[in-house]
Design a protein around this ligand. Structure first.
Ligand SMILES: *[C@@H]1O[C@H](CO)[C@@H](O)[C@H](O)[C@H]1NC(C)=O
Length: 192
């Protein structure tokens, strides 16, 4: 009897230690992806603003061996992404979260100049065969929209956003970077 009681106590302590360790590693890493099923967590990072002034969050959707950057809106269980036109999905979605929104910096760049940003930590947002995906944003049609930037060895077409069901391409845009040495509280949610 005493022995099993001790065992339970031991397991409880181990669990608490594991939870503490997990929370701690979240803080160290700076940003992380949470599973998304329709409820935006309080630490989700807003990347844009829609025409009603609501935040647009940044997500990624996994399907057919691809991880595609996507838009997530509050009170909406879908993730929206471009692939020829606008598509949406409700499964296998993650949302970008951080305890340090002030460390995210949007840097102006061009489709064929991403490789010059060697001093910056560009936030990885997905993967397609032969292409690394990042988040980009642009001011378009009364909203600051976020979308995918695919960078490959031979193909750099820049930013693709979706609006009204269509996919739109931009060669000039801002790309999402993370700078862990920033300590100020200035948060920049609107594209210039
Ligand atoms: C990161 O932030 C620090 C502090 O603001 C700044 O000195 C440094 O230049 C930034 N790094 C990059 C790559 O912009």
């Amino acid at each position: 009897m005493e022995k099993s009681c001790f065992k339970m106590f031991y397991i409880m302590i181990i669990n608490i230690l594991l939870i503490l360790k997990k929370t701690d590693s979240l803080n160290i890493e700076g940003y992380y992806w949470r599973e998304y099923a329709g409820k935006v967590p309080s630490d989700a990072l807003a990347g844009g603003i829609d025409y009603n002034g609501n935040p647009i969050f940044m997500g990624q959707i996994f399907q057919n061996g691809k991880i595609t950057p996507a838009k997530i809106y509050p009170d909406d269980n879908k993730a929206y992404y471009g692939y020829g036109k606008e598509h949406s999905g409700t499964e296998n979605i993650k949302i970008l979260c951080s305890q340090h929104p002030e460390r995210f910096v949007w840097i102006k760049t061009k489709h064929d100049e991403i490789h010059l940003l060697t001093k910056h930590h560009i936030v990885l947002s997905g993967y397609h065969p032969g292409k690394t995906m990042y988040f980009g944003r642009v001011m378009y049609g009364r909203e600051t929209s976020v979308g995918k930037v695919g960078a490959g060895i031979n193909e750099n077409r820049g930013l693709y956003i979706t609006q009204n069901g269509e996919e739109i391409n931009f060669h000039l845009f801002e790309i999402l970077t993370y700078n862990e040495t920033i300590t100020t509280q200035h948060i920049d949610v609107r594209a210039n």
